[in-house]
Design a protein around this ligand. Structure first.
Ligand code: HEM
Length: 180
C-alpha cells in the first residue's frame, strides 16, 4: 500500500525558511555567547527566577495553543477559535522563548555536557517548530473551517514535535539543576 500526500498546501516559503534559520541561529548564538559571561552567585538566583518565569510564560502559551487544538479535534471549538487563540498567544510564546535563551545564557550552561547540548538542540527545535507553526497558521486561516488533510497532519506533527522539544528542555533543565 502506498500513501500519497500532496504536500503543496503545506510548502514552506523561502522567507519562512530564512526566519527559521534566524531563530535557530539566535538559540545557538546565545548558548555560545554564554562562555563570555559569568555572574556573581547573588545575581544568579534572580536570573534563575527570570528563567523559570519565562518558562511559565512561553510553555504556558504553547500548552494553551495545543489545548485549543485538542478541543478543535474533538469538535468542541471551531478552527477559527483555535487560529485566533494561537495568533494572540504567539507574542507570549516568543517572549518566553527569548527570555529563556537570554536568561539561560547568563546561567553559565556547561557546554561540555552532552545533556546541555541536547537541551540546546531541543530549544533550537522548539524555535524552528514555532516559526513553522506561524506558517501553518497562515495556511489554515485561508482554509476557514475545512482544511485539507495534509494541512491537518502538518499541524498535528508540528504540535507533537513542539511538545517533545519543550518537555526535553524542561526535563534536562531540571536534571542539570538536581545534579548541581
Ligand atoms: C525551551 C527552553 C528552555 C526550557 C524549557 C528550560 C528549562 C529549564 C528548567 C526547568 C531549569 C531548572 C530550573 C530549576 O530547577 O531551578 C533550567 C535551568 C537552567 N537552564 Fe534552562 N531551559 C530552556 C532554555 C535554556 C537555554 C537556551 C539555556 C542556555 C543557553 C539554558 C540554560 C540553563 C541553565 C544553565 C540552568 C541552570 C542549571 C543549573 O542550575 O545548573 N536553558 N532550565
Amino acid at each position: 500500500m502506498t500513501l500519497e500526500l500532496d504536500l503543496r498546501p503545506v510548502l514552506i516559503t523561502a522567507a519562512e525558511i530564512r526566519l527559521t534559520l534566524l531563530a535557530v541561529a539566535f538559540v545557538i548564538g546565545t548558548a555560545a555567547a554564554s562562555s563570555l559571561v559569568s555572574l556573581p552567585e547573588s545575581v544568579r538566583l534572580i536570573v534563575l527566577f527570570v528563567h523559570l518565569g519565562s518558562l511559565v510564560v512561553g510553555f504556558g502559551a504553547v500548552l494553551s495553543i495545543d489545548w485549543y487544538g485538542l478541543l478543535w479535534l474533538r469538535g468542541r471549538a471551531t478552527l477559527s477559535d483555535m487560529i485566533n487563540h494561537a495568533h494572540r498567544a504567539t507574542t507570549l510564546t516568543w517572549c518566553g522563548l527569548i527570555g529563556l535563551c537570554l536568561s539561560g545564557m547568563l546561567l553559565s550552561p556547561d557546554l561540555n555536557s552532552p545533556l546541555t547540548l541536547i537541551k540546546i538542540g531541543a530549544v533550537a527545535g522548539a524555535a524552528a517548530v514555532g516559526v513553522c507553526a506561524l506558517a501553518a497558521g497562515r495556511r489554515l486561516r485561508s482554509w476557514r473551517d475545512n482544511p485539507p488533510r495534509q494541512v491537518m497532519i502538518f499541524g498535528l506533527v508540528l504540535a507533537g514535535a513542539s511538545q517533545v522539544f519543550w518537555w526535553t528542555a524542561v526535563v534536562i533543565g531540571f536534571l542539570a539543576r538536581e545534579a548541581r
